[in-house]
Design a protein around this ligand. Sequence first.
Ligand code: MCN
Length: 781
Amino acid sequence: MSEQTIGQSVLRKEDQRFITGTGNYTDDINLRGQAYGYFVRSPFAHATIDSVDVSAATEMEGVIAVLTGSDLAEDGLGALPCGWMIHSKDGSEMRSPDHPIMAVNKVNYAGEPLALVVADSIKLAKNAAEMVDVEYGELTPVVDLRTAQSEEQIYAEIPSNTSYEWELGDREATVAAFDSAAHITRYELTNNRLIPNAIEPRAAIADFNPGSEELTLYTTSQNPHLTRLVLTAFVQLAPEHKLRVIAPDVGGGFGSKIFIYSEETALGWASKRLGLPIKWTAERSESFLTDAHGRDHVTEAELALDEDGLFIGLRVKTLANMGAYLSTFSAAVPTYLYGTLLAGQYKTPNIYVEVDAVFTNTTPVDAYRGAGRPEATFLLERIIELAARELKVDPAELRRKNFIQPHQFPYQTPVALEYDVGDYEASLDKALELADYGGFTERRKASEAGGKLRGIGVSCYIEACGLAPSQVAGALGAGVGLWESGEVRVNPTGSVTVLTGSHSHGQGHETTFAQLVASRFGISVDDVEVVHGDTGKMDFGLGTYGSRSLAVGGSALTKAADKVVEKGRLIAAHLMQSDAEKIDFEQGEYRLRDSNEARTFQEIAFAAYVPHDFPHDDLEPGLTEKAFYDPGNFTFPAGTYICEVEVDPETGVTDILKFTAVDDFGTIINPMIVAGQVHGGIAQGVGQALCETCIYDAEGQLQTGSFMDYCMPRADDLPSFTVDVTSTPCTHNPVGAKGCGEAGAIGSPPAVINAITDAIGVRDIAMPATAHKVWQAIQEV
Ligand code: MCN
């Protein structure tokens, strides 16, 4: 049977088990003799640890051990490293405080773990944790990002609480552009701190086998190989070949499960030390306190325009909150994932950005869906909106006028990136049409007649996905390569097992990667099984983040599948007693050109494993191929989002009436999955714009530590989205695909805020634009 499913909305294979409750999440796994871990955490944001007395807890029945940060330090384990080195503008290396797995002398954020109780049940472990007696010496916490650089030092070795002062772009040229500007628009903004909130909290089971000396860590990871590498090479938890990391079904991550955290690491160490399996599953309140948070910027920006309304310069100064420590990828987020995106879809010739990365006594901040790119897009799409209003021109047309044109690709921006391809006007036009932009004035009148305020907001985003290439990433400070591995194993009956180094935790790889490989071989998607998330099964891989999996992991699989096709051609040539050059492979058949002779893919697979008459030296049995793919560049998805809102002036409640998204993801494997990705991303972006925000009080206590206080968007906060696509296939990967997993979260916040400010007639409103804030703003108009 021949099947071509690329571009078809094949139903998600994995959903069968997810919706029938037969998935296998970390917390579903139970091992014989397993104990339970519970962490003692600091109640203070900033304090010395003067003493830790574990005696009462240790004596409790059912308690196996109470292990402290000091025990861990005695065993010689290293600190948790940051995997990206950033240099300040003066050339110095970023400053990074030691990030202990469990705190020993001092705690630097509320919730930081300092001891691990291991007991026969989770209830016993929790009770015993209450009995651990810690004496703290309270210190003044640094909480406010705006003043943190002039407050008391958190770490003796880090002046001004500043990790690095980074810059990108040509300062002098940008100053000159501003000097010649006909108009300058200024904008100060806060990009609010978010808490990731994946449905499945982090969890782990560490299982040390004293016989084989192998440590198996089942954990909710987006990148099990990276976890293994960091835990072995840097933390010295175990030798690399003795540590197996398995990330089974994972219920969402949105970035927060990329990082190497204290809890999973401490559990692995404790399992080795005690010689028994230990399980830990975060309670939701622990997730709020300890999963790396996202965003949290304070920015001043200026856009310079000439007399024709062309952008001639952009100047940006950002303070980025890093929290108490540099989490695994945090250093790259407000720098190479942010500053480099400030050209957006526009020809702005001069851009200069400065970023100060600042420590505070708060939970560490790292990549969260979009990571740096939503912050860049928000800034740009808001300041352009403001410029359009100041100049009294249509915001959509001001954007159009400044777009990079299709004939200008490849396009080198002034902030390091080279965009390979795009057609921004095509997406804008389609979105304007789908949103009926032209009919807005009439709709506004209708709303006014009903006592409501109506507004429309446009946002044209670009993002860089599939971080690449390794050489460039390395030169910019990355501690790892950014390629991906793939293996295609054709079984003797012609079914196929695909092993990938990327990881699916909601993105549907088991379907889309199967489509990719099945289409190449002309076989059914049902005959392809995608395996991921186990360092014991597949080659080293880099995992999933930065919407890289299809563009990088899918490309590796395409390369491996191509190798299989070529090997199959040799086998077919042998079977049909001809030359490989005369064999065509199409629609699942190897056909001898100009003849009726053919062999199916399945026949070739069988022959590969039953090589009774293979020429001994020339043809190896088997039909398995591997490939590693290191991309030549990022992929650059881009699009236009339009949000239309109605605000009730009596209550300040915003109702999103229509949300239109037109994206260019290049070649699309599964339109339904891609639309789902866009829907999810928009929901998160709308959440940031309307209701989500993380608040600390002056003592560094998290005020939004539960779903009672941290408002997540719900289905009834959202309209039915209108999503569509345009397509300029990526020019440098074999699939032609660009990433889609973060676009929605990147493009949507400025569209929502542009719409609300348009509706109520104010210049700005800070995210989240809650009903209270909107109502207040209306009173002040
Ligand atoms: N796809 C496609 N055609 C394209 C692009 C992608 O068919 N042109 C498909 C892919 O094959 C894959 C899905 O769309 O099935 C997403 O692909 P991609 O854009 O490559 O992104 P990743 O798979 O690398 O996923 C990472 C991305 C990120 S960075 C975050 S954060 C995020 C997101 O995906 N976290 C998610 N989407 C998520 N969705 C869920 N349900 N849960 C998360 O934690």
